[in-house]
Design a protein around this ligand. Structure first.
Ligand code: SF4
Ligand code: SF4
Ligand code: SF4
Length: 266
């Protein structure tokens, strides 16, 4: 991704922060940064920040950066997403819902018809499959996590304002976990996706002895086949899939597995 220049003038970059279907936890992770976040906002011309305003949307504004939280679940979400893409130079998705489908994607793997009948009884509701934001529009940058890490957001957001192209180092969660001396749950016999998951969360789940369920998404070059070989010695595919499904990582992991298997056959 290359950040598009804001322009020759010294004007503040125009930004929009919008939420699709989400729990809004990623926007709260930004707000949690308090003064640091406010100082950053002060350097921007904020056109939309849907979480904190109640005014009608500005329909014609053009933006330098649009930050998108949440998944395009509904027709309104999809319309808003496409509209904002057309009106911004750089579109940044924030969080697991937008990047990987999020917890909403669980329904793709279950019996959708049965579930919807149980919840809505006689009412008819649209029930499309959940798809990541990049299935609908071009994504320039992804800030991963569920929720995003507020410090990581601030670092990336400041780089964007300076016209730099932020890069998230491609290292696995295992590295952060072992640096901190946490017990390895995979070796202990649990399903942990740390070896194939992008680091940057400081292995926060492992700190509480909770295995990594892959909320930050697949590490580039992660050895998916090796991990699957290891896990299938002890667990059924269903047990492994159930863990991969929690944060919507299953489809991207399976895609990578197919690619690795094809390469190995050549
Ligand atoms: S990624 Fe997680 S914290 Fe962020 S909006 Fe989605 S569910 Fe909420
Ligand atoms: S517990 Fe998980 S993240 Fe930590 S070293 Fe073991 S496999 Fe990696
Ligand atoms: S340890 Fe795994 S599941 Fe937990 S925050 Fe980090 S990437 Fe997400």
């Amino acid at each position: 991704m290359v950040v598009k220049k804001i322009g020759a003038s010294r004007r503040k970059p125009k930004i929009a922060i919008i939420g699709l279907t989400s729990c809004e936890g990623c926007q709260f992770a930004m707000l949690d940064k308090g003064k640091r976040f406010l100082d950053w906002l002060a350097k921007c011309d904020v056109g939309e920040f849907r979480l904190v305003e109640d005014l009608p949307m500005k329909e014609k504004e053009q933006y330098d950066f649009c930050f998108v939280e949440g998944n395009p679940v509904t027709a309104e979400n999809i319309k808003l997403l496409m509209d904002m893409r057309a009106r911004c130079k750089t579109l940044v998705v924030i969080g697991n819902c937008a990047a990987l489908g999020g917890v909403w994607e669980l329904k793709n793997y279950g019996n959708k018809q049965k579930t919807i009948k149980e919840v809505y009884k006689k009412m008819k509701v649209a029930n499309p499959d959940i798809k990541e934001v990049d299935n609908f529009v071009k994504v320039d940058l992804t800030i991963p996590g569920c929720p995003i890490d507020g410090d990581e957001f601030m670092e990336i957001a400041n780089q964007l304002l300076k016209g730099r192209t932020p890069k998230i180092p491609q290292t696995p969660v295992c590295l952060e976990c072992q640096k901190r001396g946490y017990e390895c749950l995979l070796q202990k016999g649990e399903i942990c996706l740390g070896p194939i998951t992008l680091a940057g969360c400081n292995a926060v789940c492992l700190k509480s002895k909770q295995a990594c369920w892959g909320c930050r998404g697949l590490l580039q070059g992660g050895q998916v086949q090796n991990l699957m070989k290891h896990l299938t010695k002890k667990f059924t595919k269903d047990q492994i899939y159930r863990v991969m499904e929690v944060f919507g990582a299953r489809d991207s992991i399976m895609k990578e597995l197919e690619i690795e298997e094809k390469k190995n056959k050549k």
